[in-house]
Design a protein around this ligand. Sequence first.
Ligand SMILES: NC(=O)C1=CN([C@@H]2O[C@H](COP(=O)(O)OP(=O)(O)OC[C@H]3O[C@@H](n4cnc5c(N)ncnc54)[C@H](O)[C@@H]3O)[C@@H](O)[C@H]2O)C=CC1
Ligand SMILES: O=C(CO)COP(=O)(O)O
Length: 333
Amino acid sequence: MELKVGLLGGGSWGTTVASLVSRNAPIKLWARDPETVIDINDNHCNSKYLPDIKLPPALTATSEIGEAVSGADVLVMAIPSSNFRNVLEQAKPHLRPWVPVISLTKGLELATSKRMTEVIEEVLPGHPVGVLTGPNLAREIMAGQAAASVISMEDEIIVKQLQQLFHSGLFRVYTNTDLLGCELGGVLKNIIAIAVGMGDGLGAGDNTRSALITRGLAEITRLGVAMGGKPETFSGLTGMGDMIATCTSPLSRNRHVGVELGKGRHIDEIIDEMLMVAEGVKSAPTVMALAKKYGVEMPIAEDVFEVTKGNRSAVRAFRGLVNQSAGAESDAG
Ligand SMILES: NC(=O)C1=CN([C@@H]2O[C@H](COP(=O)(O)OP(=O)(O)OC[C@H]3O[C@@H](n4cnc5c(N)ncnc54)[C@H](O)[C@@H]3O)[C@@H](O)[C@H]2O)C=CC1
Ligand SMILES: O=C(CO)COP(=O)(O)O
């Protein structure tokens, strides 16, 4: 049976995943901005978020949320974490029972510290939930570069059915049933990418970058495992894989924030001039609250949090990180 897909969110990643799915299944993308809807339907472009990129003609969009949701056999959410619950509430009256809901979002809810799949379970009880996550920079995928990703759901049968919707020649989609571990990897690496960006903005070298990525991975693994994720998940595509892509790519918005902080700019000024979302800035306070709750030391994330709050300069944070006394490699800090 051919599954129909509704995808909510007309930004860079929502449009990219909708383009991938349009090769495999009928899909309707909902965007709140009517100009984006016209641009996709008439010009096969999303000039605002993916300038100079041609979209597949099979991809169509609507500004009526009910049109994307009511006929859907699968719902995909590409809305930033700050507005995720609100959009899900708007979708709820139109959604048929038991339709699986897949999140593409790499953030946490500020007010509740919840993961997006927990928000889905709360708003839409009974619907199977999952994430599609991995080292996936939107512009590279739209440019036809090969990439790998992971669809994660706890139900082994449903996850295999949905894998086929997203998988294609140049976009290899693996399955994983460690939903918590996969989802947290995508969220937590954003903060480490800000730290790495800060180092790069301050002119640090490749050795420093490697140390931050490696120690950062250890840090996010400690928290993820304390919360119930599997250690091996954090060394796979959704953990180490996404860390490498986000911490080293000039396309990463989170790394960009770090680079600008490293140059001495203020966080408000950096965010004000960005069109797109950098989830790591918004997740930092929640990650600190989770680290405290689970008794996990996260020195790199803490420095990022302090710099983004304006309590510490990037130079001071960075000096602190490289000057820290070193114990055993397996220790925190
Ligand atoms: N861009 C990328 O390469 C990747 C992004 N992600 C994640 O995907 C999520 C979405 O990111 P992007 O699409 O890149 O962000 P973006 O900043 O490019 O676009 C965000 C979209 O959400 C829409 N939006 C925001 N609030 C809304 C609301 N209340 N109602 C309706 N629409 C609303 C905006 O209009 C915009 O179309 C983020 O959590 C991000 O971390 C994950 C993998 C790759
Ligand atoms: O999650 C991403 C790549 O996998 C995108 O990272 P940014 O949000 O930092 O651009």
